[in-house]
Design a protein around this ligand. Structure first.
Ligand code: MG
Length: 631
């Protein structure tokens, strides 16, 4: 199978799209006719640009509302087809894609449609061209690939074949086993698109919300596995209509497209032939090993003070670098104050920030090979003699994901580089581990980073939720590994004034906005942290009044929660207590969480938190301050 993409999937001019498609490593391109009509180059020149990029022009598409028409419109539509054949030949493709008719008075008689398709195949054949027929999910009479296949069989012409489109099939919940009945040599084109699994009008769903395989919820692995089982070995072409992609960076979307197809084919191959995948398996994260902060000399002093107030102990200093290790419970924070190198440049761009996440995995080499196979850039920098080197890849906002061998004892590993104080007391304020962290990204990048994580790691994405910020909505998507070792949320907002968007502006890009630290006893931890001088975000009294009524909690418990600014949620699985620190330098903030069986993230509490943070952030004169509250 080889990779292709339809030009409609990308933003930009046609030459920009073609350059991005070639640069991303696609072998083929589907030309969307509207892109050809809007371009100043002649069709022959466009064909030459495609060839110069080393691309194959897979098809010209779409030819609409062709079949079942009464005369004289039938004759006219065949004349129109001849014009499309001229265009296809000039562009350098041998295939015209025909989608099923939506015309109200066209005949739905399959024999009649098959006869029209036979004649079209005949006319195409005279020019050494082919035609391929697709069942649109909203086609007037033909809207199921089983019917399209029956018509192609009845048309019985070697130049007339079938188009399969995963969206049209799976949006209508047609079982992928039905593909097993199709002769693979009669499939001239397979188009791939995923989509979020939501209830909505099928045409609007298709036109606006299609996405790359792995970014939605359709069962594409089963679909491609079925194609592999029948021996289909030709083109897989992305055809994605997505409002965000139409405005997003062309090359980023194109690279995501290639990544999605590589990951999809790998997974489908393994489905058909266990251990037959082309890449090492998805990376299983065993442990979130460390979070590394980059800081200037001044910020280092401030962060050390903050870590101390949070109950962290200086566990050791690097033997040769300005890097320190801070420990509490199972948490390791690395503070990198080196004046040169990656952390320094990350800090120069973003200020004090999380520059790397260390993940313990079972096979570091295999993880690195999988990342490379998915076209995820590797990162390397010079290191001193005897220093531990961690294979790393570029993650969100240019930060790093560093891989650590899970089998190596973490203490032994740290001792290789750090002068560790074995007697250091790491009980601190009773914080035990990292519960989750949030990476805030530009709204248009949410799907891209979701694909990054789900293609590289064995990680599940939960359905996206809207968090209510006082000045807009924040879209949030939680990803978690099956063993719970890694949980993160990707947040982004289309509204420029939300806390998420202000973070991306102020931080100068995407990055970690918040780290949630776990405790077994939030009241004791809150007392200890307050004593150490941590300031917590103030929650409104109205909230606590409602808690009593909403959950039937004891008034004395709610009074304790209010004293510590702890908020609460409960579901069938358990209850959740959490509270938030004030943000450090308008960037990162910390959350303290105690889970009593609860596995969620309290989206209602997030709205209360966002309102509290917005009250703090908005200063008089700030354009984000509502007019009525300006002095
Ligand atoms: Mg299609």
């Amino acid at each position: 199978m080889y990779n292709s993409i339809a030009t409609v999937s990308l933003s930009g001019s046609l030459p920009e799209k073609l350059a991005a498609i070639a640069a991303a490593g696609f072998e083929g391109v589907e030309l969307f006719e509207a892109d050809v009509l809007a371009d100043p180059h002649t069709p022959r020149e466009i064909g030459r640009i495609i060839a110069d990029h080393g691309l194959r022009c897979v098809t010209l598409q779409p030819f609409r509302d062709f079949e079942g028409l009464p005369e004289p419109r039938r004759a006219a539509v065949f004349d129109r087809a001849e014009h499309k054949f001229d265009l296809a030949q000039e562009l350098g493709t041998d295939l015209l894609m025909v989608c099923s008719s939506t015309v109200a008075d066209a005949s739905g008689d399959h024999a009649r449609i098959a006869a029209d398709l036979h004649e079209l195949g005949d006319r195409a054949g005279r020019r050494n061209l082919r035609v391929a027929y697709e069942a649109l999910a909203w086609g007037r009479h033909v809207n199921d690939h089983r019917d399209a296949w029956a018509i192609v069989q009845a048309a019985d012409h070697p130049q007339a074949g079938l188009v399969l489109d995963s969206f049209h099939s799976l949006a209508r919940r047609i079982p992928s086993e039905t593909l097993l009945d199709i002769d693979p040599t009669r499939i001239f084109l397979v188009q791939m698109a995923d989509a979020p699994t939501i209830q909505m009008d099928i045409l609007q769903w298709s036109r606006h919300l299609r996405c790359m395989p792995g970014q939605g919820g359709l069962a594409l692995v089963d679909y491609v596995a079925a194609l592999m089982r029948i021996g289909y070995d030709d083109v897989l072409s992305l055809e994605i209509f997505n409002d965000t992609f139409r405005s997003h960076a062309t090359r980023v979307t194109a690279l995501d497209g290639v990544r999605s197809l590589i990951a999809l084919r790998d997974e489908a191959t393994q489905r058909v032939k266990p251990a037959g995948g082309t890449l090492p398996p998805k990376v299983a994260v065993e442990r979130l090993d460390f979070i590394e902060f980059a800081a200037s000399r001044d910020d280092t002093v401030k962060l050390e003070a903050l870590f101390g107030k949070l109950g962290f102990t200086l566990g050791g200093r690097h033997r040769s670098k300005a890097v320190s290790l801070w420990r509490q419970g199972q948490i390791s924070f690395v503070l990198n104050s080196e004046p040169d190198g990656f952390a320094a440049s990350h800090g120069t761009v973003h200020g004090a920030s999380v520059c790397a996440i260390g993940l313990a995995v079972n096979d570091v080499a295999a993880a690195h090979v999988r990342a490379q196979g998915l076209r995820i850039p590797s990162f390397e920098q010079a290191h001193g003699p005897g220093e531990r080197t961690l294979p790393a890849v570029r993650g969100v906002g240019g930060s790093l994901i560093e891989f650590v061998e899970a089998a190596i004892d973490p203490e032994q590993a740290w001792m290789q580089d750090f002068a560790i104080d074995p007697a250091a007391d790491t009980k601190g304020a009773g914080l035990t581990g990292i519960d989750h962290f949030t990476q805030t990204v530009a709204h248009g990048e949410l799907l891209s980073w979701r694909l990054f994580y789900t293609s590289l790691f064995d990680i599940e994405a939960e359905p996206q939720v809207d968090l209510v910020d006082p000045v807009g909505l924040v879209q949030s998507e939680v990803l978690h590994t099956p063993n719970g070792a890694l949980t993160l949320a990707l947040n982004g907002s289309a509204s420029s004034r939300t806390l998420s968007s202000r973070f991306v502006d102020y931080y100068f890009g995407a990055g970690v906005q918040h780290v949630a630290l776990a405790t077994d006893d939030i009241f004791t931890a809150a007392d200890a942290l307050t004593e150490r001088g941590i300031e917590f975000l103030q929650m409104p009294g109205n909230y606590y009044g409602d808690l009593v009524a909403r959950f039937g909690l004891e008034e004395s418990l709610v009074a304790r929660m209010r004293r510590h600014q702890i908020i609460y949620d409960r579901d069938a699985t358990g209850s959740y207590f959490h509270l938030f620190t004030r943000a450090f330098e308008r960037r990162i903030f910390f959350e303290i969480v105690e889970r009593r069986g609860y596995a969620g993230f309290d989206p209602q509490g997030a709205a209360i938190r966002l309102a509290a943070q917005t009250r703090l952030k908005l200063l008089p004169g700030d354009p984000a301050v509502p007019m009525q509250s300006r002095p």
